[in-house]
Design a protein around this ligand. Sequence first.
Ligand code: GLN
Length: 299
Amino acid sequence: MPRLQELRNAARARLREAAISQPEASADLLLARALGRDLAWLYAHPEAEIPPEAGRLVDGWLEQRAQGTPAQYLTGVQEFFGREFAVTSAVLIPRPETELVVEAALELALTMPSPQIVDVGTGSGCIAITLALELVQRRHPARLWGVDLSESALRVAERNAARLQAEVAWLHGDLMAPWLAAEAQRRHSLPRQLDLIVSNPPYIAESELESLPPEVQKYEPRSALIAGPSGTEIYARLLPQAFHLLRPGGGLVLELGYNTAGQLLPALRDWELVEIKNDLQGLPRVLRARRPGHAGGLG
Ligand code: GLN
């Protein structure tokens, strides 16, 4: 049986030759997963013998990784906010920047008694589920919904919520359509006013698709990435819907594309307390705003 060290060197070389970014980290991740171990174990056991099934699994994964498939779609998982989320090619792979969206939303949610929170375009459910779990950990009562237009994404979100034991209600629909429909039909199954709307919507312009890294361009769901010709189309539809459905003083937290902040600000004239937070690269990444008229003077 081959030793871990040999397999590891071969795996790294293979990904390096295929010009995969971060070949070492990628090879180690796939190896660790195939062996059902963590990275620390991998580094500590260079002499370990590799059972043939694990060897075959890694081999298949390396082949696909070398051709560009993101490692997360092979292993089926991505860590987000310290928890493991299942991912399939039906959902965007959760990004570290999106943790800043969760932090900004969590901070606001904690200033609101029993907030009713919606995550729009929930994908893997990473934002809604993380908020639900972080609020429970702080014993802060809240209700959460996750909406998506993609039924296959909702199935992934549901699976993640079950796995992580988060209480989130999942709804199928386009942006805030489930609330708008409930309102039009005078159904009271959904609250008429919300406290917090959070979203990491598609925000890439069609013309930018080609400049995305090939693994994003070819493997991640286009409907989760591309907004339309300008990149701001989804924000343009979501902002008025959010304004209409938030209570006075309610909050909106959005992830931004690296160049969307400037285009978005004029559309926020009617909002209050508009702030933009930069990510670790110094790019404007998170927008937070309030619907005017503070109910109860909170926050
Ligand atoms: N809300 C999900 C995430 O943050 C999906 C985002 C998307 O598909 N645009 O990963």
